[in-house]
Design a protein around this ligand. Structure first.
Ligand SMILES: Cc1ncc(COP(=O)(O)O)c(C=O)c1O
Length: 427
């Protein structure tokens, strides 16, 4: 059939126009920003104890509304979620050389926040079907030096928090949730990110809702909240006047979110419910349309949870795709006009910083120093599930990049179906 000739081999492509870019910014944000600019106060923070230590009116309103929405005691804004993770690791009372367990299937910032405090990242493997950290692997990686677990709610749904919190209780560990990619997803009716000692969300440009750059920490613990705010805003200069005597990790930064960004955040938060429903609509239609393709595994939603589809994770069942090669399938899909696909997802333990064990300076600090108590293994092979997905099976669709109509989703499904009819030519 001529009509069925793959675009990769000169046939007509199915998707003629790239999908529309995701844009959540509108008149509401424009009006909010205009008001802030007219007022002229773009940030009200001061690095000293007093009224302005916690920022200006837009910062405070944004945080209050976030806390109400996510049903959490404290919401604390920061200028990026990377900054938020740094605050989180410092605020749970980590000592140099303490080990924190995290998954490798994440953005590098999760691990860098640990190194920031001279703590040691230890990588546990992920679950095959949800891509979140595997509680069984967490327990295998606990040593006498482990102090915390950093969970990553990757792609848009929660890690298995009941099991993880049980492990944390058993070994007396703190838990941090990196929920950058899953704002608004639910785990047993509670918001993902709020089920740990401290959690939080990214508000960078690529996320469900954004402020350009930004982040939001959440916690129900008053003492952790105090420390998060101090690390955000020059702790060392504030603790004295504040009368805060616990000086551990009270090395501050300027991680403050401005009034403009906060005014945008207030408007964006109002749109979150709708935007999540949109992601879920797209995902449902995709799943219905692709479910009969043999050898294509579609996203699995954890029981009693909801998925907000930052990513649409898929894997190939290599035994069922008739010897077709992942790379060729990918190129065939791209040639049909599909944009937003990727074949790789981070295996953070394999980055040069861990392979060479060189972070601070040139002499291998912190691994090659007295604070590191044992040999830590970052070799390929320590996380077989994450590595094998990355090397062999994974295909991801970056859902949050696009605003798709039903017609566009159907075109995407047609492109997949066409490629699947032609698998024999993709060996
Ligand atoms: C899982 C994860 N953690 C941390 C971050 C860092 O967030 P930010 O870009 O807001 O610093 C990201 C950003 O993409 C992320 O996806």
């Amino acid at each position: 059939m001529k009509k069925d000739k793959l675009a990769l081999f000169g046939g007509n492509k199915i998707i003629k126009k790239p999908f529309k870019k995701y844009n959540t910014i509108g008149e509401e944000e424009l009006n909010a920003v205009t008001k802030v600019i007219k007022k002229g106060i773009l940030s009200k923070y001061l690095a000293r104890w007093g009224d302005d230590f916690e920022g200006g009116p837009k910062v405070k309103t944004f945080e209050k509304e976030w806390a109400n929405y996510f049903k959490v005691k404290h919401a604390i804004s920061v200028n990026s979620w990377t900054s938020g993770l740094v605050c989180a690791v410092g605020a749970i009372g980590i000592e140099p050389g303490d080990e924190i367990i995290l998954p490798p299937w994440t953005m590098s910032a999760s691990a860098m926040a640990i190194l920031h405090w001279n703590a040691i990242p230890v990588f546990a493997d992920i679950e095959k079907e949800t891509y979140c950290i595997d509680p069984v692997s967490i327990e295998k990686n606990i040593s006498e030096y482990t102090k915390a677990i950093m969970v990553v709610d990757i792609g848009g749904q929660s890690a298995d928090m009941n099991k993880i919190n049980k492990i944390a209780k058993k070994y007396n560990l703190k838990v941090i949730c990196d929920t950058a990619q899953a704002p608004g997803s639910l785990y047993f009716k509670k918001f993902t990110g709020t089920l740990a000692d401290v959690g939080g969300y990214s508000l960078n440009y690529h996320k469900h809702i954004h402020t350009g750059e930004g982040g939001m920490l959440v916690t129900n613990d008053d003492n952790i909240a105090k420390k998060l705010k101090l690390i955000r805003n020059h702790a060392e200069a504030v603790v004295g006047d504040m009368g805060f005597n616990d000086l551990s990790n009270m090395i501050g930064h300027n991680f403050r979110l401005g009034e403009i960004e906060s005014s945008i955040g207030i408007e964006q938060l109002k749109k979150l419910d709708y935007l999540i429903k949109e992601r879920q609509r797209i995902a449902k239609r995709l799943i219905d349309g692709l479910k009969d393709l043999d050898g294509l595994n579609l996203p699995k939603i954890r029981k009693n949870c909801t998925h907000v589809y930052y990513m649409f994770f898929m894997t190939l069942d290599l035994e069922k795709i008739k010897g077709a090669k992942r790379d060729k399938i990918f190129h065939a899909l791209v040639a049909e006009g599909l944009n937003g696909l990727s074949l790789k997802f981070a295996n953070v333990h394999l980055l040069p910083i861990f392979q060479k064990k060189q972070a601070y300076g040139s002499k291998g600090f912190p691994w090659n120093s007295e604070i590191n108590k044992r040999e830590i293994n970052y070799n390929k092979g320590i996380c077989p599930v994450a590595e094998s997905l990355h090397d062999k099976n994974y295909i991801g669709f970056q859902m949050c990049m696009h605003q798709m109509s039903n017609h566009e989703i159907d075109l995407m499904i047609s492109a997949f179906k066409k490629v699947w009819r032609n698998l024999e030519f993709l060996k």
